[in-house]
Write a new protein. Structure first.
Lengths: 503, 315
């Protein structure tokens, strides 16, 4: 009797619970986004939501080319003067017109608002001038090859000046932009709901009436939701879940290279803890790298799903140096280098590792590999926030650290390898590397610029062994077979334009 | 009774004050600089860090920060979340009903299973039923919540498709759907509570059943059912009530793992995310609210004792 009652209840509940429709696209996110203000936001998952609500001056496509979005085109009057023409007839969600004045307002807001995270990205701007309602001129302090690419992300998002003025610092609680969807509601840690904006400039490309973003931190549960039909799409699944998704006829998986990398940073000059044999002797760092078999780690930990590398720029990027590939594992050479250094083995080394299951596992594989060469690697697994602080203070010997990546190679290199780079926590310093980084920053010719990076890799990575680049991760997006039209762009965002959902 | 109540209240106030300082000082123990976390990938820019510290008063002495926080707290202002800029008070009010619903459902499941099971196994001590109940209870205590949770999701949501795998729908929006989203996490939490309650009820019942007054009652020819229900159980319930209120408080404090697994937006999920993001005002708000709940519950437990056991009323 009781059992029958329970069953009836469960069935009644399930009838409501798993119903799917073509009206609402439910997307599972890895975590709850932070504030939805393009000026103040900083999380990756937040950018996924922005892709629906806030259009940018420019966007990137799957080949990492910069394409116009709210802009219709751009020209460089000279290397420091960028002229942007705007799309006519674009409306913000509050009905206001998106024009040159709004662009000027938004860029100035990014530049001057207290706590802005965009300032660092576009602080080469000297002035923004309105030429006419559909033309703006941006004057830069110095030439910058990377500048345009900054306008393909949050720094290029244009907000409604009227709404932003009215809301002030609370703008992120109800953002008003010019994207295909408008913000409807947010329940912290539960859901963010956006609805189709009928006056969107490219309304024909938008067919799904509503998108609901649901933060589900556990990847097994996220996948279970997709399998059970409680989600139509998940932002990312673990590489070892890919085979299961591929076997499921009702699901699809889409894999694309990411923009960033996983690396090992050496403490070469940041405080007391740089004074180790590894920190001071380049031969030992070379031996350390030669003892590592990237392909094997990729197989063991990531099902061979990631792309092994020796440089910070992924293959999809036009500035990737094709000839610069990882050296194969060579224990004999590693041991010979250690003998040459005269340091007694086993050489103790500590590696700080953010406390994720996959990174811990990768660290254990590295530990076993370098032991054979003569390194006694101790793994110091640390919660991420603490590990960041330790690295900034110089409280580390080696640090297994990833970078989410930028469209322009400058965003993957300068701040990490330049002696004045603010995320160069190991304090690598080389005048030659600095010169190459500065030159690459302003070189606009693709071939010449790529050549500068090739020289940089040889100096900083082969000669000085400042850092070891291990692999580029991949964006693994899974969705129901009812969803079509998803285009995987290396930035890993989910662009709603072109998506179709059948019942 | 009124005097007793006032005396208790007098004890609570200093406790809360000391507690509030402890909660605030906790942030100093947390490793990791919140400014670094908030700065994200701009963490290398000293100007950004300086700005964040100034805005959040992190550059002031701890005591100054504390009194500022306390002052605002006395005005009902918990501050705002550094991460999403929503007032903490609003977040707490949002999450409290969720956690309260989950806690109540778990507690009901726990008590309905735990207390009768404890009584049965005490009455039939050292019989097969006792062993069975004890075995199940041991299983319930040792089973990690996250494992049981994931197994249930795989069975009831992925395989059978009966229940939504995770998420939450408020009770007033759609009662059916609300029950459907909370029944699995409530069961996971409830089994844990049931096991603990069963073990303690059994021990307390065994103690009571061996007392003189029970022998006397039996000697007077009182029916066994009455002996168990009126004489033994009533006395045995005192420690069980204490434990029950503590367990209920624990549930209200947020079931960290279970809420995380089932994506239930309650206290547990709130505090975990806040800790990882070093969102101090949220952490402080949740811990303080939890402390208040515990204090209120222990007061409630004292009152319940007096209702159950008249002898305590005189004290």
């Amino acid at each position: 009797m009781l059992r029958r009652l329970v069953l009836t209840l469960l069935l009644a509940a399930s009838a409501i619970s798993t119903q799917a429709s073509a009206q609402n696209l439910r997307i599972g996110l890895r975590e709850d986004p932070d504030i939805l203000d393009p000026t103040l936001a900083r999380t990756f998952v937040g950018r996924i939501v922005f892709a629906a609500i806030c259009d940018k001056l420019f966007d990137i496509n799957e080949r990492l080319e910069i394409i116009p979005q709210l802009a219709t085109g751009h020209t460089w009057d000279d290397p420091k003067t960028l002229r942007i023409t705007l799309r006519a007839g674009v409306k913000f969600h509050d009905g206001e017109a998106m024009d040159a004045e709004a662009v000027r307002y938004s860029l100035n807001r990014h530049l001057t608002m207290q706590g802005s995270f965009r300032r660092g990205e576009i602080n080469s701007i000297e002035a923004v001038e309105v030429v006419d309602p559909l033309t703006v001129i941006i004057r830069l302090r110095e030439p910058s090859a990377a500048f345009l690419s900054q306008l393909t992300d949050r720094a290029g998002m244009i907000v409604s000046p009227r709404a932003a003025e009215a809301a002030g610092r609370n703008f992120g609680l109800r953002p008003v932009c010019a994207g295909p969807y408008r913000f409807t509601e947010r329940v912290a840690q539960d859901r963010i709901v956006v609805d189709r904006f009928p006056d969107y400039w490219n309304a024909a490309a938008v067919t799904i009436p509503r998108i609901t973003y649901l933060p589900i931190p556990d990847s097994t549960v996220r996948l279970a939701n997709l399998q059970a039909g409680a989600l139509e799409m998940v932002q990312t699944i673990d590489p070892d879940d890919v085979p299961a998704v591929r076997r499921n006829a009702r699901l699809r998986v889409s894999i694309s290279d990411e923009l960033g990398y996983q690396s090992i940073q050496f403490n070469i000059g940041n405080g007391q803890r740089a004074q180790t044999p590894l920190g001071q002797d380049v031969r030992l760092r070379a031996a350390f790298e030669l003892a590592i078999d990237r392909t094997a780690i990729n197989q063991v930990v990531y099902e061979g799903m990631y792309v092994i590398t020796a440089q910070p720029v992924p293959p999809a990027n036009p500035f990737h140096v094709a000839g610069f590939i990882p050296e194969p594992r060579n224990l004999d050479r590693a041991r010979a280098l250690i003998r040459e250094s005269g340091v007694r083995t086993p050489i103790p080394v500590e590696m700080t590792v953010p406390n994720n299951p996959d990174l811990r596992q990768a660290a254990e594989v590295i530990q076993a590999m370098v032991r054979e060469a003569g390194f006694e690697l101790r793994i110091n697994a640390m919660e991420f926030a603490s590990s960041l602080q330790a690295a900034t203070r110089g409280d580390f010997e080696t640090y297994l650290i990833a970078w989410s990546g930028r469209v322009d190679p400058d965003g993957n290199t300068w701040t990490f390898l330049h002696s004045r780079g603010t995320q160069n926590d190991g304090r690598y310093s080389s005048p030659e590397a600095d010169r190459l980084l500065d030159a690459a920053r302003i070189e606009s010719d693709v071939t010449k610029r790529r050549d500068l990076y090739a020289q940089l890799w040889n100096v900083a990575l082969r000669q000085d062994r400042a850092r070891i680049y291990l692999w580029h991760r991949r964006n693994i997006v899974a969705h129901t077979a009812r969803l079509s039209g998803y285009v995987a762009v290396p930035d890993g965002l989910i662009r709603p334009q072109g998506l179709r959902l059948t019942p | 009774m009124t005097a007793w109540f006032l005396r208790r209240l007098g004890q609570i106030l200093p406790t809360l004050l000391i507690l509030s300082f402890g909660i605030f000082a906790l942030q100093q123990l947390m490793p990791g600089d919140p400014a670094l976390i908030l700065a994200g990938e701009d963490r290398g820019d000293p100007e950004v860090l300086r700005q964040i510290r100034a805005e959040l008063m992190l550059d002031r002495p701890l005591l100054e920060q504390y009194f500022h926080w306390l002052w605002r707290l006395l005005h009902g202002d918990f501050g705002f979340s550094w991460r999403i800029r929503v007032p903490v008070g609003e977040l707490l009010l949002d999450k409290l009903p969720v956690t309260a619903q989950l806690a109540t459902m778990s507690f009901v499941i726990g008590v309905t299973i735990g207390v009768p099971a404890g009584i049965l196994s005490a009455v039939w001590k050292d019989r097969p039923l006792d062993w069975l109940v004890n075995g199940i209870a041991l299983f319930g205590i040792s089973m990690p919540n996250f494992w049981l949770g994931i197994m249930m999701i795989l069975l009831f949501s992925v395989q059978l498709g009966w229940l939504p795998p995770s998420g939450y729908v408020p009770l007033w929006e759609d009662p059916w759907q609300s029950l459907a989203t909370t029944i699995m996490p409530a069961f996971v939490l409830g089994t844990g509570v049931a096991s603990v309650l069963m073990r303690h009820t059994r021990a307390a019942m065994l103690g009571a059943l061996s007392q003189d007054y029970v022998r006397t009652a039996r000697a007077k020819g009182v029916a066994e059912g009455t002996v168990i229900a009126r004489h033994a159980l009533r006395n045995a319930l005192i420690p069980v009530v204490t434990l029950g209120t503590i367990e209920f408080g624990r549930l209200l404090a947020g079931a960290v793992l279970t809420e995380q697994i089932f994506s239930i937006p309650g206290f547990g999920k709130l505090v975990v995310d806040a800790v990882f993001n070093r969102d101090y005002p949220v952490v402080q708000g949740v811990v303080l609210a939890t402390a208040l709940i515990f204090v209120a519950l222990s007061l409630l437990a004292d009152i319940l004792y007096m209702l159950i056991n008249p002898r305590l009323r005189a004290a």
